[in-house]
Each structure stands twice: as structure tokens, then as C-alpha cells.
Design a binder for this molecule. Structure first.
Ligand code: UFG
Length: 338
């Protein structure tokens, strides 16, 4: 297929681009490089062994999006572009509504006008908010608790309405749990801009001695060791699911949402221990107050993805931590300390 990939140089976009190229798809990637670098193109091509076209395009620019979709003859779109930080979304909600929601609406409208029927959308388990029942299934109520979560839930609704009104359309919304790790080649991974918000990048910077210690947000949750539980999934497992979702989108019509997780919950202390083993280094840490908005425990029931895509996450926590470390250890310290 000829596939438009938005946010192609980002963390999940870049890993998915490798898998798509390896499967023989032709890619046109776009990015505005606000949280990534055009240099990632070279690394994607090096890992995949095939070239693709990369365009500098901000999805908020409707005219450019319209022009691209009018002339591109795309079979499908995989839509990653957007911001992803809960705290930032509370401080700057309009940026999230513009970049995540409004840009997605104009992309979907242009896709409809130009009869691009198949869309795979990068959603998040954040749409479930603070679930009271575990594991989280796709029937768990949608109840986002942040502007970021609401933009993901609203975009899903927009795409569902698009499918309801367009008999030929198919959309798969992939609800990611906590993606970590990096490509085993150590050429692709997540490069946080500024101090990391997420657990793994922060732990790795402590292991590199870029930061002195990890603050663990809360040690008194109702979990086996008092720290929060999440479902960490290897980014390459996640990337593989996109290729299968694209195949399914081409064969079906209508809207489907799928959880992408391992089904296994790990606490912050479990992750810390796995990272100490992977890095061979002690990771200084202290327990501090809870972070507002954190759910105590969150892990997926991924059986629908297994059933519909024939997909299952393969990597375990030690493998995820090792791949993450092998990428991070080579990163330029100056780039991280900003
Ligand atoms: N944590 C720490 N210290 C840190 C960073 C994180 O203790 O410095 C803890 C958090 O409190 C949480 C766990 O590590 O218990 C995971 O935190 P992350 O920030 O890595 O991930 P979240 O589960 O909070 O957020 C992720 C994605 C979001 C998404 C959300 C859905 O990063 O984009 O899942 O719940 F919205």
C-alpha cells in the first residue's frame, strides 16, 4: 500500500516506519519536527534498508494537508502526530485541542474528500481515565481525566462518526498502554526533549548520571509494593501491531478500537529493579508524594487484538529495559540535559 504516516520521525512513528518498509509498503512520512528531528529519517532507512519520502508539514496547515492528500493517491493513513503529556495538556489545553483534535479533524475531512478509506489512529489507554475494573477491556467506560485524554477520546468519536457516514471507511484506533524500549539495533528510540516526564527515560538518565536520582511518585498505593502498576510494552511489538492493523483496515469497514498491551502489570519498583539489572548500575531513588492524576493500577486485556489481528506482545520487561538502555547509553549527554 501507499501509506501516509503522520509524526513519522517520532518515537512510535519511526519504529512503525521500519516495520512498514520491511513489509514492502511505500511511505510518505510527514512531521513538523517540533518534538523530533529530520535526522531520524536516515536511521529509519538504515534499519529498514529502504528509502522513503519525508516532508516537513504541520498538520494545522489545512491548505498543505489538502494539497498533499489531493495529489498523493494514498491507500491509507497512519496518524501518530500529536502531543502526549498529561501535565503539559493541563497547563496548555488549547495546544492539545489544536494539535491533537483540530488537526485530526481536518486530516479526516481531507481523507474523506479524497476517498482515502483506511486509517490507523494512535490512541491511548489514557481514554479510560482511572478504571475501577482490571484488566482494562475495550468495553471499560471511556472517562478521560485530562485534556490530553479528552483529545484522544474525542478524535476516536470523530473517526467513529466518519465511519458511520462513509460505508467504505475503516478505522482502527489503537489504544497503547505504556510503550518503552527501543529498536534492538540501538539506532532508534525515544529522545525526550527536556527533563523526561515518563518513567523509563527518567530512570535511564539517572543510570547515565545525567540526573542524580529518581523520584518515585507514591509508595502507599494498594499494590504489592505500594508503587503504581502499569502495562509496559516494547515499542517494536507496538510497531508490529500497526502493520497488522493496516492489513485489517484494508479488509474491513467500520470503526474498531483495540488495546495494545502485554496484559502484565509491573510496579515502579519492578521496573527499577529490571533497569538496575539491564544497566548493571545502581539507580538512586526516593519515594515522594503521589503525582496528581495517577491511577494506582492499569493493565490491559489485549485479547481482542490477539483475536482480530493475530498479534501478541512478545518482549518481556528485562528485554524492554535492555533495549532502552542500549539506545540511551549512546545518546549525547548535552541533548539530554536541556
Ligand atoms: N513515575 C515515577 N517517577 C517519574 C515518572 C513516572 O514514579 O519520574 C511513575 C508514575 O507515577 C507512574 C509510572 O511511573 O506510576 C508510569 O508513569 P509514566 O509517566 O511513564 O506513564 P503514565 O502511565 O503516567 O502515562 C502514560 C503515557 C501517557 C498516557 C498514560 C495513560 O505517558 O501519554 O500513560 O495512562 F496518557
Amino acid at each position: 500500500m501507499k501509506v501516509l504516516v503522520t509524526g513519522v520521525t517520532g518515537y512510535i512513528g519511526s519504529h512503525t516506519a521500519v516495520e512498514l518498509l520491511a513489509e514492502g509498503h511505500d511511505l510518505i512520512g510527514i512531521d513538523d519536527f517540533s518534538t523530533s528531528s529530520p535526522k531520524v529519517k536516515h536511521d529509519i532507512e538504515r534499519v529498514a534498508g529502504r528509502p522513503f519520502t519525508l516532508l516537513d508539514l504541520d498538520l494545522r496547515n489545512r491548505c498543505e494537508v489538502e494539497c498533499l492528500l489531493a495529489s498523493g493517491e494514498f491507500d491509507a493513513i497512519i496518524h501518530f502526530a500529536g502531543r502526549k503529556f498529561v501535565g503539559e495538556s493541563v497547563a496548555e489545553p488549547m495546544q492539545y485541542y489544536e494539535r491533537n483534535l483540530a488537526a485530526s479533524v481536518s486530516l479526516a475531512a481531507a481523507a474523506q474528500r479524497h476517498e482515502i478509506s483506511h486509517v490507523v489512529f494512535s490512541s491511548s489507554c489514557t481514554v479510560y481515565g482511572q478504571p475501577t475494573q482490571l484488566p482494562v477491556t475495550e468495553e471499560t467506560p471511556i472517562a478521560p481525566v485530562s485534556p490530553y485524554g479528552r483529545t484522544k477520546a474525542m478524535t476516536e468519536t470523530v473517526l467513529q462518526d466518519l465511519c458511520d457516514a462513509t460505508p467504505s471507511a475503516s478505522v482502527l484506533a489503537l489504544r497503547y498502554f505504556n510503550p518503552i524500549g527501543a529498536h534492538p539495533s540501538a539506532l532508534l528510540g525515544e529522545v525526550p526533549s527536556g527533563p523526561p516526564n515518563n518513567l523509563l527515560p527518567y530512570i535511564m538518565q539517572v543510570a547515565k548520571r545525567v540526573r542524580p536520582f529518581l523520584n518515585i511518585y507514591g509508595g502507599d498505593y494498594d499494590t504489592h509494593d505500594g508503587t503504581c502498576i502499569r502495562d509496559y510494552i516494547h515499542v517494536v511489538d507496538l510497531a508490529r501491531a500497526h502493520v497488522l492493523a493496516l492489513d485489517r483496515a484494508a479488509e474491513t469497514t467500520g470503526f474498531e478500537a483495540l488495546n495494545l498491551g502485554t496484559g502484565i502489570g509491573s510496579s515502579v519498583l519492578d521496573v527499577l529493579e529490571a533497569c538496575e539489572k539491564a544497566t548493571g548500575r545502581a539507580i538512586p531513588h526516593q519515594i515522594v508524594d503521589r503525582r496528581p492524576g495517577d491511577a494506582a493500577s492499569m493493565f490491559a486485556d489485549p485479547s481482542r487484538a490477539q483475536q482480530l489481528l493475530g498479534w501478541k506482545a512478545e518482549a518481556n520487561l528485562p528485554e524492554m529495559c535492555l533495549d532502552h538502555w542500549n539506545f540511551e547509553r549512546n545518546l549525547d549527554v548535552d541533548a539530554l540535559s536541556a
